[in-house]
Design a protein around this ligand. Structure first.
Ligand SMILES: Cc1cc2nc3c(=O)[nH]c(=O)nc-3n(C[C@H](O)[C@H](O)[C@H](O)COP(=O)(O)OP(=O)(O)OC[C@H]3O[C@@H](n4cnc5c(N)ncnc54)[C@H](O)[C@@H]3O)c2cc1C
Length: 514
């Protein structure tokens, strides 16, 4: 039986280096014994995409597992804390229209569903504020931890904002320096296949031929192995998610100690939305829009109005977006991770997390030999297809609950024919019962659990009917958790430092290593 022991990753963007580090960290023993190798081939002339600056809390587990120091991460990646998303103008478009999708679960989430109790109370508090502290922490620009907490620990759940141009080189230095990943700077110019379609080796322009047993396609939108070589089709979802273009710009602060938001701001516009990500040295801002509903010029004017005079002399980069994913992700001895696997608009920072989860699955389920690879691949395809499908549903939820009718973009988004059937059915069910953690979200690593649906639904004014008999079942427990939330929100608000203050301290003094 042909063993799988030489792994070749093509592409040195965030996806490539995360995949290389995750696989190499998981198989360190075999690498050190000389029985396994991880090689990353990267073109010296094709630049990485260099956007993708909002992450999901899984990134902490990933970085910890591959042995990265959190202090080093902050020092080298222009990192800042992220505690969720603030969605403004998505429901009515009015100035006071906003809600948070925080990163913490509602209090006592595994014991009691607070949603019906909040609905019944109808006391004017937002769902987010009634069930967790994170909206308040974001309102005040606070960090999720203090300097005395160990690396990766937090008083509240968190992820990061980071500089995409710095993150990939940071991972590269860790993967090659500490994990034994071999780095080859070369253009792949020819892909050699066996009779059964498997890839046997890659011819490069600068480094000769590189053979491997398993190839991970991280070539970004080029999809060199999965798309061009193995001709796996692309499943677009532009009939559900209409945005197909991004205009991205980096904007300096007007002063070095300007406040730094603790959440990604996503502000809805006439035919799309604007992201605003705060890093210690600059903000990353981008207008994602539907070219079917708006011209580039109008989209640029909207972005300029949002940024203000600071946009003058800044380079505004236009990035086409093709929403969708591969029909399958692992074919023969090739598995796609990152943009090569697909892309959905960055509304909930779902791309890097999908890359992390795919890399983890490959590392954990690494087939021992070629004979069992197709079985592992079938499982990988099933799990990964499920994940993409659920993320499409979740992104569409942000659009289809809108009450905006001020442009064709919003009218089209609420049209039932553009809403996936599974989501339509769930929305019908949720009129009578709120989403709950067993409710259709029962996978081990669900990217967006039922709590995420609750935050968006109730943030956007969705109402679920409340049955008084159901309420009575856990009324006391619910009241206890709601009270607990008031106390812990008050305590955290008084104890936690500002986002910028803590990041500055970490960069200067460091966190307690784990
Ligand atoms: C506008 C926009 C905003 C985004 N925002 C977010 C966000 O907030 N959060 C998030 O999680 N994600 C976001 N993403 C997605 C995120 O940027 C990507 O998922 C992430 O950067 C991974 O990219 P990648 O490594 O797959 O591809 P790339 O960075 O494009 O890397 C491709 C690599 O392949 C190499 N390559 C290509 N062809 C060859 C060849 N022939 N030979 C050798 N090497 C080759 C290149 O040199 C490069 O190293 C965003 C994406 C876009 C477009």
């Amino acid at each position: 039986m042909q063993p799988v022991k030489d792994i070749v990753i093509v592409g040195g963007g965030t996806a490539g280096w995360l995949a290389a580090s995750t696989i190499a960290a998981r198989h360190q023993g075999r690498i050190k014994a000389g029985q396994f190798s991880v090689t990353l081939v990267e073109s010296p002339s094709v630049a990485i995409i260099g956007v993708g600056e909002g992450t999901w809390p899984t990134i902490r587990t990933t970085l910890k597992k591959i042995g990265v120091s959190e202090t080093d991460f902050f020092r080298h990646c222009d990192g800042a804390f992220k505690q969720g998303g603030k969605f403004s103008r998505w429901t009515t478009g009015a100035d006071d229209d906003f809600y948070y999708h925080p990163l913490v679960l509602p209090q006592g989430f595994h014991q009691v569903n607070l949603a019906p109790h909040w609905l019944a109370a109808n006391d004017g508090r937002s769902f987010c504020d009634a069930v967790c502290a994170q909206g308040v922490l974001c309102d005040e620009g606070l960090a999720p931890k203090t300097i005395t907490m160990a690396e990766y620990d937090g008083a509240a759940n968190y992820s990061y904002h980071l500089d995409a141009g710095k993150f990939a080189p940071f991972l590269q230095s860790h993967a090659t320096g500490k994990l034994g990943v071999r780095h080859v700077l070369a253009d792949v110019i020819k892909v050699n296949q066996l009779e059964n379609g498997d890839i046997s080796s890659l011819d490069t322009a600068q480094a000769g031929t590189i053979r491997g047993d398993l190839f991970v396609d991280c070539t970004g939108f080029a999809a060199l192995l999965i798309g061009k070589t193995l001709e796996v089709g692309f499943k677009p979802c532009s009939d559900v998610l209409f945005c197909d273009t991004a205009l991205a710009v980096q904007v300096p602060y007007d002063r070095p100690d300007a406040p730094m938001a603790s959440q990604t701001n996503a502000t809805a516009q006439k035919a799309g939305w604007i992201w605003d990500i705060a890093l210690p040295t600059r903000r990353g801002i981008g207008h994602v829009f539907s070219s079917r509903h708006m011209s580039d010029d109008e989209a640029h004017s909207i972005l300029a109005a949002y940024v203000g005079p600071a946009i003058k002399d800044r380079n505004v980069r236009k990035i086409p977006i093709r929403s969708g994913h591969r029909e399958i992700f692992w074919k023969k001895n090739v598995v796609a991770v990152g943009l090569a696997a697909g892309f959905l608009e960055p509304l909930e920072s779902s791309a890097i997390v999908l890359g992390e989860l795919s890399s983890k699955l490959i590392a954990e389920q690494m087939p021992a030999n070629r004979e069992i690879m197709d079985i592992v691949a079938a499982n990988f395809n099933e799990v990964t297809s499920y994940r993409w499908g659920r993320i499409i549903d979740f992104l569409k939820l942000h659009y289809c609950l809108t009450k905006r009718t001020d442009s064709q973009f919003w009218i089209d988004n609420a049209d039932p024919s553009t809403i996936p059937e599974r989501l339509q059915n769930l929305l019908k069910v949720w009129k009578y019962r709120s989403p709950w953690f067993f409710d259709e979200f029962d996978r081990l690593e669900e990217v967006f659990p039922a709590a995420s649906y609750q935050y968006v639904l109730y943030g956007m004014g969705f109402r679920t009917e409340v049955d008084p008999y159901e309420l009575a079942v856990d009324e006391k427990l619910a009241a206890q958790y709601m009270r607990q939330n008031i106390t812990s929100s008050f305590r955290m608000r008084s104890e936690l430092p500002k986002n910028r203050e803590l990041v500055d301290k970490i960069v200067t003094y460091g966190l307690q290593p784990i």
